[in-house]
Design a protein. Sequence first.
Length: 261
Amino acid sequence: MPVSSTSAKMVTPEHIFATTHPGLVREANEDSFVYCSVENGRNTLTAVADGIGGHENGDIASRLCLKTILLEWRKLQMWNEKSLGRILAFLDHAITEANATIYRLNLTFNVQQPMGTTLVVGILMPKRLVVAHAGDSRCYKLEGGRIKQLTRDHSFVEELIIKNIITREEAKGHPFSHVISRCVGTSQELIPEINSFRRNGTEKLFLCSDGLNCHLENEQIEEIMLKSASVQESVRNLLYAALKKGGDDNITILGVSPTSV
């Protein structure tokens, strides 16, 4: 029996590989990741969160954020959802819930520095890829031998680049390169950026915290992806390369490769 095009684009747990590492400088790991792929499910959830460095309980914030989103995903059984509009609405709702949960916790304990987290979520539907993010955790797509960054950092430096105040080269050593302009949990209201992209079923998807891209340029990430034989090898090689460059931050990488395991 021939395999339908929809079935061919479905993602199973065997197509996903993720790892997280504290790096070589920090003792604690404030990064988290999660994915949910259900047998015969249409849609797969993937996400990476990076607790805000220097704030109290960043690890709690990142885990609580992803737990809230995962619980909503399971409660609504979104792996069966066919409507792109409802997937978009789910992301807006779930991230809003995560933001409210962390924000209320900050108010309850009256912490001096409110905990928060960056976030990037990728939902793989049979024909669409939906990406939501807040902060500087990123989503990359590798297709046709070329890498494409699907997210734009919500950061002070990125805003300066957009306004042509500094160049991307000057941004690398900028003293405020660590300052993000949007995150989950530190303010009462959050508007996540949500975008939808076409899927052909052969592209590879990579989500990461900024511990990866603070050491590796996009071109270097692309080269490592292309030279790796599987999604597991890609993730491991990216991690090793970032550690070799210094491992100054926590590093989390989640890869999805429907065509090569």
